[in-house]
Design a binder for this molecule. Structure first.
Ligand code: 4NP
Length: 158
């Protein structure tokens, strides 16, 4: 099983959106059983809180199922537990490393680095724009899944 942890600053807007968008993608492809998908924050600001209403509304609008969510902060042990730790922006990456230590096993990525337009995903907590966030997260999740599948198919062929 491949374990994926999406990470943002608060774990109420972007990373839970990525978690449920990715779960929806793998569900539609019949791949749910090979992945464990979760999300976490770098900050302590929103610990215990549910998803932002903007994220919930967007997921509902797109027909993407989600379950109860409680924000949590990433912890040092998560580095060993997860295979991919995927941040939304460079600041997340820096803060993840502050918590888990140096990325010696190359597990830490920025989501849109899997796409042809590598950049940070703006924080809708500040921008209020959940439409752009959704489109970017969807592109990033699709690109990550493509990357993952081509990497693993290639490994099987070796
Ligand atoms: P997120 O957005 O990192 O996409 O979940 C934020 C949510 C809350 C805060 C910051 C960003 N906050 O400072 O409480």
């Amino acid at each position: 099983m491949t374990k994926i942890l999406f990470v943002c600053l608060g774990n109420i807007c972007r990373s839970p959106m990525a978690e449920f968008v990715f779960k929806d993608l793998i569900d539609k492809k019949g791949l749910s059983k090979i992945f464990l998908v979760d999300s976490a924050a770098t900050s302590t600001e929103e610990i215990g809180n549910t998803m932002h209403i903007g994220t919930r509304k967007k997921l509902q609008e797109k027909g993407i199922k989600f379950t109860e969510h409680k924000a949590r902060q990433i912890k040092a042990e998560d580095y060993e537990k997860y295979d991919y730790i995927i941040g939304m922006e460079n600041r997340n990456i820096n803060n993840i490393i502050k918590i888990v230590g140096p990325d010696e096993k190359n597990k830490i990525y920025r989501l849109l680095d899997f796409t042809n337009s590598p950049k940070d995903i703006a924080d809708p907590w500040y921008t209020g724009n959940f439409d752009i966030t959704y489109e970017e997260i969807k592109k990033g999740c699709e690109a990550f899944l493509e990357f993952y599948l081509s990497k693993n198919n290639n490994e099987k062929q070796l």
